[in-house]
Design a protein around this ligand. Sequence first.
Ligand code: FAD
Length: 284
Amino acid sequence: MKAASFSYVKPAALNEVFDLLERHGDRARVLAGGQSLLASLNLRLSAPELLVDITGVPGLAGITVSGGTLRIGALTTHRQIERSPEVARHLPLLAQAVRHVAHVAIRNVGTFGGSVALADPAAEYPACAVALDASLVLAGRGAQRRVRAREFFRGLYDTALQPGELVMAGEFPLSGEAYRSAFLELARRRGDYAIVGIAAHARLAAGRISDARLAFLGAASRPVLALRAASLLEGRPLDAQAIAAAQATLDDDLELPADLYASRATKLQLARVLLGRALGALNG
Ligand SMILES: Cc1cc2nc3c(=O)[nH]c(=O)nc-3n(C[C@H](O)[C@H](O)[C@H](O)COP(=O)(O)OP(=O)(O)OC[C@H]3O[C@@H](n4cnc5c(N)ncnc54)[C@H](O)[C@@H]3O)c2cc1C
Protein backbone atom coordinates (compact mmCIF):
# COMPACT_ATOMS: atom_id res chain seq x y z
CA MET A 1 0.00 0.00 0.00
CA LYS A 2 1.05 3.60 -0.55
CA ALA A 3 0.37 6.66 1.58
CA ALA A 4 -2.53 8.94 0.72
CA SER A 5 -1.26 12.15 -0.86
CA PHE A 6 -0.02 14.86 1.50
CA SER A 7 1.84 18.16 1.41
CA TYR A 8 5.31 18.47 2.88
CA VAL A 9 7.12 21.41 4.38
CA LYS A 10 10.50 21.69 6.06
CA PRO A 11 10.68 24.88 8.14
CA ALA A 12 14.04 26.28 9.20
CA ALA A 13 12.85 27.84 12.47
CA LEU A 14 10.82 26.76 15.47
CA ASN A 15 8.35 29.64 15.13
CA GLU A 16 7.45 28.47 11.64
CA VAL A 17 6.75 24.99 13.02
CA PHE A 18 4.43 26.40 15.67
CA ASP A 19 2.71 28.61 13.03
CA LEU A 20 2.06 25.62 10.78
CA LEU A 21 0.81 23.42 13.62
CA GLU A 22 -1.52 26.18 14.80
CA ARG A 23 -2.84 26.88 11.30
CA HIS A 24 -3.40 23.26 10.26
CA GLY A 25 -4.42 21.75 13.61
CA ASP A 26 -4.96 18.00 13.55
CA ARG A 27 -4.59 17.93 9.75
CA ALA A 28 -0.82 18.36 10.25
CA ARG A 29 1.71 15.90 11.72
CA VAL A 30 5.26 16.48 12.87
CA LEU A 31 7.85 14.42 11.00
CA ALA A 32 11.20 13.60 12.65
CA GLY A 33 13.07 10.44 11.59
CA GLY A 34 9.93 9.06 9.92
CA GLN A 35 10.70 5.50 11.03
CA SER A 36 7.27 5.04 12.63
CA LEU A 37 5.21 7.79 11.01
CA LEU A 38 5.95 6.89 7.38
CA ALA A 39 5.06 3.25 7.99
CA SER A 40 1.75 4.31 9.50
CA LEU A 41 1.04 6.52 6.44
CA ASN A 42 1.90 3.70 4.04
CA LEU A 43 -0.45 1.39 5.92
CA ARG A 44 -3.05 4.18 5.83
CA LEU A 45 -3.39 4.06 9.59
CA SER A 46 -3.25 7.84 9.40
CA ALA A 47 -3.65 10.32 6.54
CA PRO A 48 -2.53 13.83 7.52
CA GLU A 49 -2.80 16.56 4.88
CA LEU A 50 0.55 18.11 5.84
CA LEU A 51 3.84 16.74 7.16
CA VAL A 52 5.91 19.31 9.05
CA ASP A 53 9.49 18.06 8.88
CA ILE A 54 11.33 19.42 11.94
CA THR A 55 14.77 18.09 11.00
CA GLY A 56 15.77 21.49 9.53
CA VAL A 57 15.18 23.31 12.83
CA PRO A 58 18.51 24.11 14.49
CA GLY A 59 19.22 23.40 18.17
CA LEU A 60 17.04 20.33 18.59
CA ALA A 61 19.81 17.70 18.44
CA GLY A 62 22.66 16.91 20.78
CA ILE A 63 23.62 15.56 24.18
CA THR A 64 24.87 17.85 26.92
CA VAL A 65 25.69 17.43 30.60
CA SER A 66 25.34 20.34 33.00
CA GLY A 67 24.27 20.99 36.57
CA GLY A 68 23.61 17.34 37.43
CA THR A 69 21.44 16.71 34.35
CA LEU A 70 22.04 14.98 31.04
CA ARG A 71 19.92 16.52 28.30
CA ILE A 72 19.09 14.72 25.06
CA GLY A 73 17.68 16.93 22.30
CA ALA A 74 14.59 15.65 20.50
CA LEU A 75 16.34 15.22 17.14
CA THR A 76 19.24 13.22 18.58
CA THR A 77 19.26 9.90 16.76
CA HIS A 78 19.33 6.51 18.45
CA ARG A 79 22.78 5.97 16.96
CA GLN A 80 24.11 9.21 18.47
CA ILE A 81 22.81 8.04 21.86
CA GLU A 82 24.39 4.63 21.33
CA ARG A 83 27.75 6.21 20.51
CA SER A 84 27.70 8.95 23.15
CA PRO A 85 30.49 8.75 25.76
CA GLU A 86 28.35 10.98 28.04
CA VAL A 87 25.45 8.50 27.90
CA ALA A 88 27.81 5.55 28.46
CA ARG A 89 29.33 7.29 31.47
CA HIS A 90 26.30 8.87 33.12
CA LEU A 91 23.30 6.82 31.93
CA PRO A 92 24.47 3.20 31.60
CA LEU A 93 20.81 2.11 31.63
CA LEU A 94 20.07 4.03 28.44
CA ALA A 95 23.36 2.89 26.90
CA GLN A 96 22.30 -0.73 27.42
CA ALA A 97 18.73 -0.09 26.24
CA VAL A 98 19.49 1.70 22.97
CA ARG A 99 21.18 -1.38 21.54
CA HIS A 100 17.76 -3.07 21.64
CA VAL A 101 16.05 -0.34 19.58
CA ALA A 102 15.33 -1.83 16.15
CA HIS A 103 18.32 -2.27 13.78
CA VAL A 104 21.26 -0.03 12.95
CA ALA A 105 19.62 1.30 9.77
CA ILE A 106 16.63 2.49 11.82
CA ARG A 107 18.81 3.71 14.69
CA ASN A 108 20.73 5.90 12.21
CA VAL A 109 17.57 7.89 11.45
CA GLY A 110 15.02 7.45 14.26
CA THR A 111 15.09 10.05 17.00
CA PHE A 112 14.76 10.28 20.76
CA GLY A 113 11.88 12.78 20.49
CA GLY A 114 10.03 10.63 17.94
CA SER A 115 10.24 7.62 20.18
CA VAL A 116 8.94 9.31 23.32
CA ALA A 117 6.23 11.22 21.39
CA LEU A 118 5.05 7.95 19.84
CA ALA A 119 4.84 6.31 23.30
CA ASP A 120 4.80 2.70 22.18
CA PRO A 121 4.36 0.69 25.39
CA ALA A 122 7.03 -1.80 24.25
CA ALA A 123 9.64 0.88 23.43
CA GLU A 124 12.87 1.13 25.40
CA TYR A 125 13.25 4.88 26.09
CA PRO A 126 9.92 5.43 27.85
CA ALA A 127 10.69 2.70 30.43
CA CYS A 128 14.23 4.07 30.92
CA ALA A 129 12.87 7.61 31.34
CA VAL A 130 10.44 6.37 34.01
CA ALA A 131 13.12 4.33 35.83
CA LEU A 132 15.57 7.24 35.79
CA ASP A 133 12.89 9.79 36.77
CA ALA A 134 13.58 11.88 33.68
CA SER A 135 11.47 14.82 32.55
CA LEU A 136 10.39 15.74 29.04
CA VAL A 137 10.77 19.34 27.95
CA LEU A 138 7.71 20.33 25.89
CA ALA A 139 7.21 23.58 24.01
CA GLY A 140 4.40 25.30 22.18
CA ARG A 141 4.21 28.84 20.92
CA GLY A 142 5.64 31.11 23.62
CA ALA A 143 5.57 28.54 26.41
CA GLN A 144 7.80 25.75 27.62
CA ARG A 145 7.05 23.23 30.37
CA ARG A 146 8.60 20.16 31.94
CA VAL A 147 6.61 16.99 32.58
CA ARG A 148 7.99 14.05 34.55
CA ALA A 149 8.13 10.90 32.44
CA ARG A 150 5.92 9.18 35.03
CA GLU A 151 3.14 11.62 34.10
CA PHE A 152 4.00 12.10 30.43
CA PHE A 153 3.17 8.53 29.33
CA ARG A 154 -0.58 8.27 29.84
CA GLY A 155 -1.61 5.16 27.93
CA LEU A 156 -1.37 3.36 24.61
CA TYR A 157 0.30 5.87 22.23
CA ASP A 158 -1.05 8.59 24.52
CA THR A 159 1.05 11.31 26.13
CA ALA A 160 0.74 14.64 27.90
CA LEU A 161 1.60 16.47 24.64
CA GLN A 162 -1.01 19.12 23.84
CA PRO A 163 -2.00 20.06 20.25
CA GLY A 164 0.68 22.30 18.74
CA GLU A 165 3.38 21.18 21.21
CA LEU A 166 6.72 19.58 20.43
CA VAL A 167 9.00 17.40 22.52
CA MET A 168 12.16 19.51 22.72
CA ALA A 169 14.36 17.27 24.88
CA GLY A 170 14.60 14.74 27.67
CA GLU A 171 16.34 15.71 30.91
CA PHE A 172 17.83 12.89 32.97
CA PRO A 173 19.03 13.57 36.53
CA LEU A 174 22.46 12.02 37.17
CA SER A 175 22.51 9.35 39.89
CA GLY A 176 25.15 8.96 42.60
CA GLU A 177 28.05 6.53 42.40
CA ALA A 178 26.23 3.82 44.39
CA TYR A 179 23.52 3.41 41.73
CA ARG A 180 23.56 0.50 39.31
CA SER A 181 21.48 -0.28 36.21
CA ALA A 182 20.36 -3.27 34.22
CA PHE A 183 18.29 -3.30 31.02
CA LEU A 184 16.97 -6.61 29.71
CA GLU A 185 14.25 -7.58 27.25
CA LEU A 186 12.87 -10.59 25.49
CA ALA A 187 11.83 -10.18 21.86
CA ARG A 188 10.85 -12.74 19.23
CA ARG A 189 13.75 -11.69 17.01
CA ARG A 190 16.64 -9.32 17.63
CA GLY A 191 15.52 -5.78 16.71
CA ASP A 192 11.81 -6.47 17.21
CA TYR A 193 9.84 -4.58 19.82
CA ALA A 194 10.07 -6.42 23.15
CA ILE A 195 7.43 -8.85 24.35
CA VAL A 196 8.43 -7.83 27.87
CA GLY A 197 11.42 -5.89 29.13
CA ILE A 198 12.75 -4.29 32.29
CA ALA A 199 14.69 -1.09 32.98
CA ALA A 200 16.07 -1.52 36.50
CA HIS A 201 17.89 1.18 38.45
CA ALA A 202 18.71 1.01 42.16
CA ARG A 203 21.16 1.97 44.87
CA LEU A 204 23.36 -0.79 46.24
CA ALA A 205 25.35 -0.07 49.38
CA ALA A 206 26.79 -2.46 51.97
CA GLY A 207 25.13 -5.35 50.12
CA ARG A 208 21.64 -3.88 50.47
CA ILE A 209 19.32 -2.51 47.80
CA SER A 210 17.32 0.70 48.10
CA ASP A 211 15.45 3.18 45.90
CA ALA A 212 14.78 0.43 43.31
CA ARG A 213 12.98 1.66 40.19
CA LEU A 214 11.84 -1.40 38.27
CA ALA A 215 10.15 -0.11 35.10
CA PHE A 216 8.63 -2.70 32.80
CA LEU A 217 7.96 -2.29 29.07
CA GLY A 218 5.44 -4.40 27.19
CA ALA A 219 3.68 -5.04 30.50
CA ALA A 220 0.84 -2.50 30.32
CA SER A 221 -0.46 0.24 28.02
CA ARG A 222 2.46 2.41 29.19
CA PRO A 223 5.74 1.89 31.03
CA VAL A 224 4.93 0.80 34.55
CA LEU A 225 6.91 0.74 37.80
CA ALA A 226 6.68 -2.44 39.88
CA LEU A 227 6.04 -0.54 43.10
CA ARG A 228 5.21 -3.47 45.37
CA ALA A 229 8.27 -5.42 44.31
CA ALA A 230 10.42 -2.33 44.95
CA SER A 231 8.97 -1.74 48.41
CA LEU A 232 9.52 -5.40 49.32
CA LEU A 233 13.18 -5.09 48.35
CA GLU A 234 13.85 -1.79 50.14
CA GLY A 235 16.80 -2.10 52.51
CA ARG A 236 17.21 -5.86 52.06
CA PRO A 237 20.23 -7.84 50.93
CA LEU A 238 19.67 -9.08 47.37
CA ASP A 239 19.55 -12.77 48.25
CA ALA A 240 17.49 -15.55 46.70
CA GLN A 241 14.66 -15.06 49.20
CA ALA A 242 14.32 -11.33 48.51
CA ILE A 243 14.40 -11.91 44.74
CA ALA A 244 11.74 -14.67 44.94
CA ALA A 245 9.50 -12.44 47.07
CA ALA A 246 9.79 -9.59 44.55
CA GLN A 247 9.07 -11.95 41.64
CA ALA A 248 5.95 -13.23 43.40
CA THR A 249 4.43 -9.74 43.68
CA LEU A 250 4.63 -8.99 39.96
CA ASP A 251 1.19 -10.48 39.45
CA ASP A 252 -0.22 -7.50 41.39
CA ASP A 253 2.14 -4.88 39.97
CA LEU A 254 1.68 -5.53 36.23
CA GLU A 255 -1.35 -5.61 33.89
CA LEU A 256 0.36 -7.81 31.28
CA PRO A 257 -2.32 -7.68 28.56
CA ALA A 258 -2.29 -10.74 26.30
CA ASP A 259 -1.45 -10.07 22.65
CA LEU A 260 -1.22 -12.07 19.41
CA TYR A 261 1.97 -13.79 20.54
CA ALA A 262 1.84 -14.23 24.31
CA SER A 263 -0.81 -14.91 26.94
CA ARG A 264 -0.88 -13.07 30.25
CA ALA A 265 0.57 -16.13 31.98
CA THR A 266 3.47 -16.29 29.54
CA LYS A 267 4.20 -12.59 29.96
CA LEU A 268 4.06 -12.91 33.75
CA GLN A 269 6.56 -15.75 33.62
CA LEU A 270 8.85 -13.73 31.32
CA ALA A 271 8.57 -10.68 33.59
CA ARG A 272 9.53 -12.79 36.61
CA VAL A 273 12.51 -14.26 34.81
CA LEU A 274 13.67 -10.82 33.66
CA LEU A 275 13.27 -9.36 37.16
CA GLY A 276 15.37 -12.18 38.61
CA ARG A 277 18.06 -11.66 35.99
CA ALA A 278 18.03 -7.87 36.37
CA LEU A 279 18.35 -8.06 40.18
CA GLY A 280 21.18 -10.57 39.74
CA ALA A 281 22.91 -8.18 37.33
CA LEU A 282 22.51 -5.24 39.74
CA ASN A 283 24.08 -7.34 42.46
CA GLY A 284 26.88 -8.68 40.27
C1 FAD B 1 11.22 -2.37 11.80
C2 FAD B 1 11.18 -1.39 12.96
C3 FAD B 1 11.50 -1.85 14.22
C4 FAD B 1 11.47 -0.98 15.30
N1 FAD B 1 11.79 -1.45 16.55
C5 FAD B 1 11.79 -0.61 17.59
C6 FAD B 1 12.14 -1.05 18.89
O1 FAD B 1 12.50 -2.21 19.10
N2 FAD B 1 12.08 -0.15 19.91
C7 FAD B 1 11.71 1.16 19.71
O2 FAD B 1 11.67 1.93 20.66
N3 FAD B 1 11.38 1.61 18.49
C8 FAD B 1 11.41 0.77 17.43
N4 FAD B 1 11.07 1.25 16.20
C9 FAD B 1 10.66 2.67 16.05
C10 FAD B 1 11.87 3.59 15.90
O3 FAD B 1 12.59 3.61 17.11
C11 FAD B 1 11.47 5.03 15.57
O4 FAD B 1 12.67 5.69 15.32
C12 FAD B 1 10.77 5.83 16.66
O5 FAD B 1 9.67 5.20 17.20
C13 FAD B 1 10.19 7.11 16.12
O6 FAD B 1 11.20 8.01 15.87
P1 FAD B 1 11.21 8.86 14.56
O7 FAD B 1 12.20 9.94 14.79
O8 FAD B 1 11.43 7.97 13.40
O9 FAD B 1 9.74 9.53 14.59
P2 FAD B 1 8.66 9.71 13.44
O10 FAD B 1 8.33 8.40 12.81
O11 FAD B 1 9.05 10.83 12.54
O12 FAD B 1 7.44 10.20 14.34
C14 FAD B 1 6.80 9.33 15.24
C15 FAD B 1 5.66 10.09 15.93
O13 FAD B 1 6.17 11.07 16.83
C16 FAD B 1 5.77 12.39 16.43
N5 FAD B 1 6.95 13.22 16.67
C17 FAD B 1 8.20 13.01 16.20
N6 FAD B 1 9.06 13.88 16.75
C18 FAD B 1 8.32 14.68 17.58
C19 FAD B 1 8.65 15.76 18.45
N7 FAD B 1 9.91 16.21 18.63
N8 FAD B 1 7.64 16.34 19.16
C20 FAD B 1 6.37 15.88 19.04
N9 FAD B 1 6.01 14.86 18.24
C21 FAD B 1 6.98 14.25 17.52
C22 FAD B 1 5.33 12.26 14.99
O14 FAD B 1 4.35 13.22 14.64
C23 FAD B 1 4.76 10.85 14.98
O15 FAD B 1 3.46 10.85 15.51
C24 FAD B 1 11.10 0.39 15.10
C25 FAD B 1 10.80 0.87 13.82
C26 FAD B 1 10.83 -0.01 12.75
C27 FAD B 1 10.50 0.52 11.38
